[in-house]
Write a protein that binds this ligand. Structure first.
Ligand SMILES: O=C(O)CCC(=O)C(=O)O
Length: 410
């Protein structure tokens, strides 16, 4: 393809007619038009389609070329439309269903958790885990400056020069520290408008010296943040254990030497946010997640069959139940599907902390929550390692990975 003249690319199909000389496809330049055979067709559409791009003479082809960028952060700064490998099939786009605002996601004030209101707060937490699987917490004990510094170093990291960021790049999900993009580029068919830095962070001393060294205070601020979040997670796990009628230490004991992972999610502004996701619908693989988001909306949860936005509220964290907690609670508590959408004007940062069982720990419904024949165990026993591998290999799908471990009704 000669870099001839193009200023406009007309989409006349479900396939993005992206004029490219990169890895998406090649254009054959005809007289005043390009016949383009797309390789990057979204799932659900017929395998390959030919579409036509109008090529007015006298305009510049380079304006439309899809640059060969590894990270979406760098791609986003040079494209004016979404390349075809990010485009979802029409049946799976974020703007299809009207999104409701969450008016009644429980907001729990943790101030009284260690005082006279302990029992009523435990009950409140239990109800939230049962009805929504998601709740907000305030007065959580993590100082505002720790949170602000965490968000600042995350933002500064994603603004480092591309060459500096790429030093941490890997597409191997088993690596404890890596920068990557989308979800799992080795298995997924459609890419997501997200880059992320994944950090294992407990035990801290095993990992902190492997974390990125820039910005210069990155390690110090992230270490402070994740130490505090771990304390919060432990308090919440005790309360959740009690809310299930179990000993307060039950969950922690049953998951062995736990892991703590963080993702620093970076969603750059997206020129066509209605065609793609930051992250498509999924549940979390772990026990509980404590999510920090900046002031840009993007998180949505599936609630009573409707996508519902959880917009940022300053000084709160979002807590959600993960798949392992659903198993442990024998389905009393729900791991709920959620997703992240993007927007065309603002970058967004979200930082989930995933509290995870030890890789070899055996996960199964707590015996106290199994009652034959009324409430039999709903899941077979498995190791967290088995689950984690499945989760990453399958990619993000709304078919819950838990179904692989669910026992058939007797
Ligand atoms: O960005 C968000 O709000 C959600 C992030 C998330 O669900 C994840 O990282 O698993």
């Amino acid at each position: 393809m000669s870099d001839g003249d193009v200023s406009e690319c007309v989409r006349n199909d479900d396939v993005s007619c992206w004029v490219s000389n990169g890895d998406i496809g090649r254009c054959g330049l005809g007289k005043g038009e390009i016949i383009y055979k797309s390789r990057g067709t979204p799932p659900g559409s017929p395998t390959e389609k030919t579409c036509r791009c109008v090529v007015p003479s006298g305009s510049n082809m380079n304006a439309l070329a899809s640059p060969n960028k590894v990270l979406v952060t760098d791609l986003a700064s040079v494209v004016k439309s979404v390349p075809s490998n990010f485009i979802r099939p029409i049946s799976d786009r974020p703007n299809l269903t009207p999104v409701l605002r969450a008016s009644s996601i429980p907001l729990i004030d943790l101030q009284g958790l260690d005082g006279p209101h302990h029992s009523s707060l435990v009950q409140h937490i239990g109800e939230a885990c049962k009805s929504d699987g998601f709740f907000l917490v305030k007065n959580h004990g993590i100082p505002e400056n720790v949170v602000n510094n965490m968000l600042r170093v995350a933002r500064e990291f994603f603004r480092l020069p591309e060459s500096e960021r790429l030093k941490d790049y890997s597409d191997d999900p088993s690596k404890a520290i890596r920068l990557s993009t989308s979800f799992n580029i080795k298995t997924e068919k459609v890419a997501n408008w997200r880059d992320f830095l994944r950090l294992h962070c407990y035990p801290l001393e095993d990992y902190v010296n492997e974390w990125p060294a820039f910005p210069p205070d990155f390690r110090k601020e992230v270490a402070e943040y994740c130490t505090r979040v771990r304390r919060l997670a432990l308090r919440l796990l005790e309360a959740i254990s009690e809310s299930l009628g179990l000993d307060s230490g039950y969950i922690n004991k049953s998951v062995g030497e736990h892991g703590q992972h963080m993702a620093l999610n970076y969603y750059p502004p997206c020129p066509e946010p209605d065609l793609t996701y930051g992250l498509p619908g999924h549940t979390d693989h772990n026990l509980i997640t404590i999510l920090l988001q900046d002031d840009v909306p993007g998180l949505q949860i599936l609630r009573n069959g409707q996508w519902t936005a959880i917009n940022p509220i300053p000084n709160t964290f979002i807590v959600n139940i993960g798949d392992q907690m659903q198993v442990l609670s024998n389905d009393r508590y729900k791991s709920v599907i959620h997703r992240a959408v993007v927007n065309c004007s603002k970058e967004r940062i979200s930082i989930p902390t995933f509290y995870c069982p030890a890789p070899q720990s055996l996960i199964a419904p707590a015996p106290e929550l199994v009652d034959h024949p009324h409430k039999p165990a709903l899941y077979t026993k498995f190791t967290y390692n088995e689950y984690y591998r499945e989760f990453w290999n399958r990619g993000l799908t709304t078919n819950n990975c838990l179904d692989l471990f669910r026992l058939a009704p007797t």
